[in-house]
Design a protein around this ligand. Structure first.
Ligand SMILES: [Zn+2]
Ligand SMILES: [Zn+2]
Length: 149
């Protein structure tokens, strides 16, 4: 499992997973490592476009899918919203702010005991992701300030 961080040696990491080192792949990973949060393909596109104008949204999407298969990133999907890519590949869950859309990682101390209904007997849980909706502190502060003005 690769947990990307700001000290990750990107060319070495690409070689370790069997990918050729290209400036485009390096730029995408470098952006993700320094991006605070969970980037969409569009965020990545906006960031790398000035340096690599030939890199299309679909190429970036395919690259991200590939990085996901290699375990470098984790793709998170929420309903119909655009996929986001997480450099935190440890099993974790997300608090989702309904106002600004920010995702905050959180962990559960142990796998919960799934109380599966009888008609789901035999179902083997392989993966699960909790999406806990609410309002982040910044948005709550903003709301409070607006109320007091
Ligand atoms: Zn918020
Ligand atoms: Zn996350």
């Amino acid at each position: 499992m690769h947990n990307l961080s700001t000290d990750t040696n990107i060319p070495k990491l690409l070689k370790d997973v069997g990918l050729r080192v290209t400036p485009q792949r390096e730029a995408i990973l470098n952006f993700l490592i320094h991006y605070e949060g969970h980037a969409t393909v569009d965020d990545i596109y906006q960031a790398v476009h000035p340096t690599f104008p030939g890199l299309s949204v679909s190429t970036i999407y395919n690259t991200m899918k590939h990085f996901g298969e290699l375990g470098l990133v984790k793709e998170i999907t929420f309903g119909d919203a655009a996929s986001r890519f997480d450099v935190n590949v440890q099993p974790h869950h997300h608090l989702v702010c309904k106002h600004c859309g920010k995702l905050i990682d959180f962990y559960l101390p142990q796998p919960p005991n799934f109380a599966l209904p009888p008609d789901a007997s035999g179902f083997e849980v392989e993966d699960y992701h909790l999406e806990v909706k609410g309002t982040c502190r910044e948005c709550r502060d903003k709301e409070r300030n607006e109320q007091t003005q």
